[in-house]
Design a protein around this ligand. Structure first.
Ligand code: C3B
Length: 844
């Protein structure tokens, strides 16, 4: 390797080996050095932003050493790696996570030293960080939890994604309406390392030239078109209580010609030379803000190919350095497709092997299918990707030919196994014979992978019996499997709820449950311990008080921390049914209003908390946000109601807000129409933080119930088996609206919450347009269940018992368990422990 230093000169290097700070004094010294050198500031010019920067840089030094060590070890060990391809990584903040995973937050926050001693409060410093919000919702956050688990379990793994200049938009609420503001997050980002030496040229457009070589074999060459440069940016991913630090590589687009085209510039065409530059940079400029919706935009397809082609080039380059035979590729490389967004990787690898490396089609295809695994995250038809054939033809002409060949060979094999079944051939064809023709990306992903998994048991069953049924017939059931989602307890317990984490540790003896979450079951023994219960309740109340403070500061609404906090925070979507929630809130409001002063005393005080972004083009979702805010402004100012009911919409829900909100909930809502929410992952976070949940029999709610016991969860509503018949009934006029819902609609239409025209769409969807999401069908049992919740909450002793018992049984839902399942059942990889670059022990 030419870049390495020759043996005789290495002594000097070893003599000057760098090490990171080791004690409080070392932390302070590193902090001050970064303030004065890296940041060129001083004690006379150091605000919280600068303190955040210096603190990050001090911890980053440590991280880099472990990161280098881990990467060297992985390269020398030459073992199999897994590559997680995801268009979204919803990382949130990095500093707190790095301090906790490295195990040295104590050094930075000790009262007699560290940040305090330097004049800062660690809580405030942490708040300075801008969230890395390169994702929409569940899918992107799952990818982030998986990275944490992969590193924590010492798996050799890389993430590959896009370095969007703008993450998910910031949401402002103005006069009750959502307004989107761009999220430019890269002003100062100490957590990424540009690798200007790691670039890949990516080709678009052009044409295919076919010729015959000396052996009479047809060779295809993709020529012409335009080229864009992909530049790598690397982000270190620290494992918890291990030196293992993995890499997340994000690609940024640049004009291939460098800054701008000098030819054009010199000939006076300055504007167009800059325009080329901007056109290239547009590819990685912005994250598409849709959750569970695909819209077939050309730029999105460009993003997908750009990212996939750069990542595969990188993976193949790394493999080729080992000088192994191609057939060993799947022994060295596992690639997981996070949804269908990276499906072109299947086509691209086949192209590399056949067109560039000269392998025979079948040999190449065997390598491809043994390399890829595909995770499906949704059955919603509007979220299943299809790309038009003319668009692919235009942008990626050679890839379209390969897709056609993959389809041809696949259909031939189906015909051989099921002779004469033409309907089957039409149903499973990767090409949909529509106008224009469409490429069904999920089918391509299934055909090109060796395993396909869903993300919760019900979901994995549903894909086998509905959308992918024919593929089970063709490939057999073993190709399809389930890996129920999970969450990292490091961020979602230890970081978000440190007091609860410490209380649990006081009962289990150590924080080892953060590495093996099943150890939580030990706290069930303490369920009757009065001191433990008292502290448990005090922590919940303190978390609620902290949220109440945030609510006051951001919405001006004053809420009582002792009221029941009822939370629904997630992307706004009709299938997630925030509309049902707000209809329920209106119903409660009407009941309070109708009650006598005497009767009112019987109501349990409640705070209904909502949060979540609507896709900018999703009109109905925006209407839902508007209604929530309109109801809030009426209810919160109604003297008859007082503290019995408050309704707040928290603006700009994101990962760092989730860390504040989730530990403060008593009840959270996971109320999707049965069969629509593939898994849900916030349901797990809420229960892990000692909140109970109200939910439908959908996604992971079912498995949560199985683990924690049905006495500890509030389930309601129709089952997924019933949904189809109910919908069918609605379409044939068998739809009588629930009378309580009728009252709610009447109140809205009377103008109780402002101009009812603003909310007409939400009402007609239920009353006149078939109520696709079964709001009316589930409304009665939803209201009844909320009454049950009120009663249960009045009995605080029982309530706390339910909470403690539930937490103790949540071990299954760690993302560590998921990653081990993927590693064993899909990737076939082993952990590779790394020794610390630092001599002293890293504490757990
Ligand atoms: C989501 C699903 O909607 C959730 O049920 C699931 O828990 C997560 O993925 C993670 O598996 N999802 C998403 O956020 N975006 C999509 N395009 C599809 C699914």
């Amino acid at each position: 390797v030419e870049a390495s230093i020759p043996e005789p000169q290495r002594e000097a290097w070893l003599k000057h080996q760098v090490s990171a700070f080791k004690d409080k004094d070392g932390f302070e010294s590193s902090f001050v050095r970064h303030i004065e050198t890296t940041l060129a500031r001083s004690m006379f010019n150091c605000d919280e932003t600068a303190a955040y920067a210096a603190c990050s840089l001090a911890f980053r030094d440590r991280l880099i050493l472990e990161w280098n060590r881990t990467q060297q070890r992985q390269t020398f060990a030459d073992s199999k790696r897994v590559y997680y391809l995801s268009l979204e990584f919803l990382m949130g903040r990095a500093l707190d996570n790095a301090m906790l995973n490295i195990g040295q937050k104590e050094l930075a926050k000790a009262s007699e030293a560290g940040l305090d001693n330097l004049g800062f409060r660690i809580e405030d410093v942490i708040q300075q960080e801008h969230d890395a919000a390169l994702g929409n919702g569940g899918l992107g956050r799952l990818a982030a939890c998986f990275l944490d688990s992969l590193a924590s379990l010492n798996y050799p793994a890389w993430g590959y994604g896009l370095r969007y200049r703008y993450g998910i938009f910031k949401q402002e609420i103005i006069d009750g309406y959502q307004v989107e503001v761009p999220d430019y997050w890269l002003d100062f980002n100490p957590w990424e390392f540009p690798r200007h030496d790691v670039t890949v040229d990516i080709q678009f457009y052009g044409y295919v030239h076919k010729s015959t070589d000396e052996n009479g074999k047809t060779v295809a060459r993709w020529e012409g078109g335009e080229t864009v440069k992909a530049v790598a940016y690397d982000v270190p991913i620290p494992g918890y209580a291990t030196p293992s630090t993995n890499n997340l590589r994000l690609w940024s687009s640049k004009a291939a010609s460098g800054e701008f085209d000098f030819q054009k510039f010199n000939s006076g065409d300055y504007e167009s030379s800059v325009a080329d530059q901007q056109r290239a940079e547009t590819i990685s400029a912005v994250l598409y803000p849709n959750d569970n919706l695909e819209r077939g935009k050309e730029l999105r397809l460009k993003q997908q190919y750009f990212w996939v082609a750069a990542s595969l080039y990188d993976i193949v380059r790394r493999f080729k350095k080992t000088r192994r035979a191609w057939k060993e590729f799947p022994d060295q490389v596992a690639i997981q497709l996070n949804d269908t967004h990276p499906t072109l990787a299947i086509v691209e690898l086949q192209r590399i092997l056949v067109d560039l490396e000269g392998l025979e089609w079948d040999e190449a295809w065997n390598i491809v299918t043994n390399t890829f695994g595909y995770t499906n995250h949704t059955v919603l038809p509007e979220a299943l990707e299809k790309w038009s054939v003319p668009l692919i033809q235009h942008l990626l002409p050679r890839h379209l030919q390969i897709v056609y060949d993959i389809n041809l060979f696949f259909l031939q094999s189906v015909e051989r196994a099921h002779p004469g079944d033409r309907d089957l051939l039409a149903r499973v064809s990767i090409i949909e014979e529509s106008q224009p023709k469409m490429v069904r990306m999920a089918y391509l992903a299934i055909v090109g992978s060796h395993k396909v998994n869903g993300v919760a048991e019900l979901h994995s069953d549903l894909i086998k019996t509905t959308i992918f049924k024919d593929f089970v017939t063709i490939f057999g059931p073993d190709k399809f499997t389930n890996v129920t989602n999970g969450i990292t307890p490091r961020r979602w317990l230890h970081q978000a709820n440190p007091r609860l984490s410490d209380l649990i540790a006081s009962k289990t003896g150590t924080h080892d449950f953060l590495k093996d979450l099943t150890l939580l079951n030990k706290i069930e023994l303490s369920v009757d311990d009065p001191a433990f219960r008292k502290e448990w309740a005090a922590i919940k109340l303190a978390n609620k008080a902290k949220l109440a403070e945030h609510i006051k500061n951001t919405t001006d609404v004053v809420v009582d921390p002792s009221a029941l906090f009822d939370v629904q925070v997630k992307r706004i979507h009709e299938y997630k049914r925030q509309q049902m929630n707000i209809f329920g809130v209106i119903h409660r409001y009407l009941r309070i209003k109708a009650a006598s002063p005497e009767e009112r005393k019987k109501f349990l005080p409640r705070v209904s908390i909502f949060g979540g972004k609507a896709a900018p083009g999703y009109w109905m979702a925006k209407q839902i946000i508007h209604l929530i805010n309109a109801v809030g402004s009426v209810v919160n100012n109604d003297k008859d109601v007082g503290n019995l009911l408050k309704v707040v919409f928290l603006e700009d829900y994101n990962v760092s807000k989730a860390e504040l909100i989730i530990p403060a909930s008593d009840i959270s809502e996971h109320i999707s129409t049965a069969g629509t929410e593939a898994s849900g992952t916030s349901n797990m976070k809420f229960v892990l933080n000692g909140g109970l949940i109200i939910g439908t029999c959908d996604g992971a709610n079912i498995e949560i119930t199985r683990e924690i016991g049905e006495n500890n969860i509030f389930l309601f509503g129709n089952l997924s088996e019933e949904v189809e018949d109910l919908r069918h009934g609605h379409n044939y006029g068998l739809h009588t609206l629930d009378p309580e819902l009728v009252q709610v609609f009447e109140a809205i239409e009377k103008g109780t919450f402002g101009d009812s025209k603003d909310f007409a769409g939400m009402i007609t969807a239920v009353r006149d347009h078939g109520d696709y999401y079964l709001v009316s069908d589930d409304f009665h049992s939803y209201l009844e269940t909320h009454d049950v919740i009120d009663e249960a909450y009045r009995n605080q002793e029982d309530w706390i018992t339910k909470c403690i018992t539930s937490v103790s049984r949540m071990g299954f839902f760690t993302s560590d368990r998921c990653i081990n399942e993927y590693a064993e059942g899909i990737w076939n990889i082993e952990p590779l422990p790394v020794e610390s670059a630092e001599p002293e022990k890293i504490e757990a």
